[in-house]
Each structure stands twice: as C-alpha cells, then as structure tokens.
Design a protein around this ligand. Structure first.
Ligand SMILES: [Zn+2]
Length: 324
C-alpha cells in the first residue's frame, strides 16, 4: 500500500470520528423526500434490463444490428413509462476510414406547469458495448439504472426538466455525448444545471463507488451525490478522470460527474463482462444514490438552484487518488 493512501485513510478516519458527516436541518423531512424515490426503485427491474441488453440482445457495438435492437428497446421502454417526448438522434462518425451511424436515445420529463424553474438536469449512460463483448457492466448497468430512474420519475412531480439520455458510440471515443453537447443551444447550456453519468455501476468484482470529475474538482453534482450517499447509503468520495460521457458537458461549463466503481473489475472490456458478474446490491445502491441526488433538486418544493437553501446539504467528503 502506498504511503499516501494510508495518510488519506487516517485523515478520513479522523474526519469521520470528529465531525458528523450528515447534519441536515431537518433529517426527518429529508428522508421522507428520499423515500419517495428510493422506495420505488426496483432492483429486479434494473437487473431485467441488464439481462435484456446483455443477454437477449448481447453485443451492442456502435453501428451494429445489436445497436438497432437496443435503440428500439430503449424507445419502447421510455414510451411504456408514459413519456411522450422520446427522441432518437442519429449521428455519424468516422472510424478506421469507415463511416459509422449511431444514435442517442432521450426521454424528456417535463416539469409541472405551475412549478417550473426553467432549469434542466441531464442523466446519462451509454447503451453501446465494445464490439467483442456483451457489456453487462459496461454499460448495460448504467443504462438499466437510467431506465428504472426514468420509470420512477415519469409520474413524480418535479419543478425541473429531466433529460434521460442513453448515448451511443461511447466506446469509439465518446461520440454520442460529444454530438449531443455540440447540438445544445446556448439557452440549453445556460439552463442545464447538472449532468449525472452512470457508467459501469453494477460489477460484483469492482471496488467502491467514486464520483469522477473531468478536472478533479468538486462540483454541484458531486456535492449532491455525496449528500445523497450520506443519507441513503454511505459517503461517496470524488476523484479525477475523463474517459466517459461527462466530459462533453464539463467542457460546456455544466457541473458533471461520472459515477463508477473503482478499481475496475477484471472483466472490463473482455467477453467475460456478462450478467453472472453483476451485483444487484451494487445496482440498487447507485440507483438509490443518483435517484436521491436528482430528486433533491428536482422536487417541486425546492426553489431554483441558485436561490436554494435546501439543496445541496453540505457534507465533508474527500478526494481519493484515482485507482483504475
Ligand atoms: Zn463505459
């Protein structure tokens, strides 16, 4: 073990012993609002989505038949939850002298008519896998959690627009999120207050949950994630990493973070990234944390973010050296 890690661990233990990690003004009320989302997230449903994406469809490389089946599945699921605003955005990119067509799939949750802050949050995953594998964890897991969150939020009143987006062609160089971000209008960029990315959130053989930002700095999303973790699970540290779809939003000045377990599992980007290595506990934990973080700002009885005195509740969370 490296000395810096021991020092970090000791510091963390001192912090945990000396200060309460969670000091909300009204604990009862906060847990009541978390429960509105957390109690409705069904881990069996998430697991079923992972099964369908990775076993029934299988490999979902960008531009393949598997991707087309995936796009159809996502559309069908979003529509079955009652979303009227479901968008499939086609784009093309070059790889090895070949033009490949891929898709972003989005469901838009509209705010209440009388309680609209005019703000939006993007929740993302990537629906493609590497071409040689089934990508149960990378990233059927995040996409499955995204679908279940979209189902739960479909009939939950919010004062904030929530865009649930499954990006395409992440494995070829973050193409889907880059195309999506590039197509945002200046007004949309201005109004988008947060981007949560879930990529590899279900491996039984990976480490603990970490929130990665592209610049290694805390931001609104990590504040919300840490606070939500302290309420519904455990405190989540933050660290620095690009390499996923949060980067494009960070580059637009939008607070963004990648939720992922590290260190990575041995099956990462192999043909052994299959459902047998997926943990329901991990899936449930991440969906609970991201769902609670999302609802903390999107629920209707909170004011718009810059005026908010409710969210996020500050907690002492710490930087962890990236371990990938
Ligand atoms: Zn991935």
């Amino acid at each position: 073990m490296k000395p810096i890690k021991i020092a970090g661990l000791i510091l963390m233990m001192i912090m945990l012993m000396s200060t309460p990690v969670y000091a909300a003004p009204n604990e009862q009320a906060d847990h009541a609002f978390d429960n509105k989302v957390v109690k409705r997230i069904n881990v069996d449903t998430i697991y079923q989505h992972v099964y369908h994406l990775s076993e029934v469809i299988g490999s979902r490389g960008a531009g393949t038949e598997g991707e087309l089946q995936t796009v159809e599945y996502l559309e069908d699921q979003f529509e079955s939850f009652g979303y009227e605003d479901v968008n499939v955005y086609e784009f093309t990119f070059e790889s090895g002298g070949e033009e490949i067509t891929s898709y972003n799939v989005e469901a838009v949750k509209e705010p209440m008519k009388n309680h609209d802050t005019g703000q939006a949050i993007i929740v993302g995953s990537h629906h493609d896998s590497v071409p040689w594998g089934q990508g149960a964890n990378d990233d059927a897991s995040g996409t499955a959690a995204l679908l279940e969150m979209a189902r739960v939020f479909a009939n939950t009143p919010t004062d904030t627009t929530i865009k649930f987006v499954a990006f395409g062609a992440e494995e070829y160089g973050l193409w889907g999120s880059r195309k999506y971000a590039a197509a945002m209008t200046p007004g949309e960029v201005e109004n988008t207050v947060a981007q949560f990315q879930m990529d590899m959130v279900g491996s039984a053989d990976a480490g603990d949950l970490v929130m990665f930002t592209a610049d290694g700095e805390k931001n609104l999303v990590t504040d919300l994630g840490a606070a939500a973790g302290s309420r519904v699970s455990e405190l989540v540290p933050y660290s620095e990493l690009g390499r996923s779809d949060h980067v494009a939003f960070h580059n637009l000045g939008i607070p963004a973070a990648l939720f992922i377990h590290t260190p990575l599992e041995p099956w990462y980007h192999t043909e052994d990234d299959v459902i047998e290595h997926i943990s329901k506990e991990k899936l449930q934990d991440v969906a609970n944390i991201v769902g609670a973080a999302l609802y903390q700002v999107a629920r209707k009885d909170t004011p718009a973010l810059e005026k908010s005195t409710v969210a996020p509740v500050p907690v002492d969370y710490y930087y962890e050296e990236p371990e990938l």
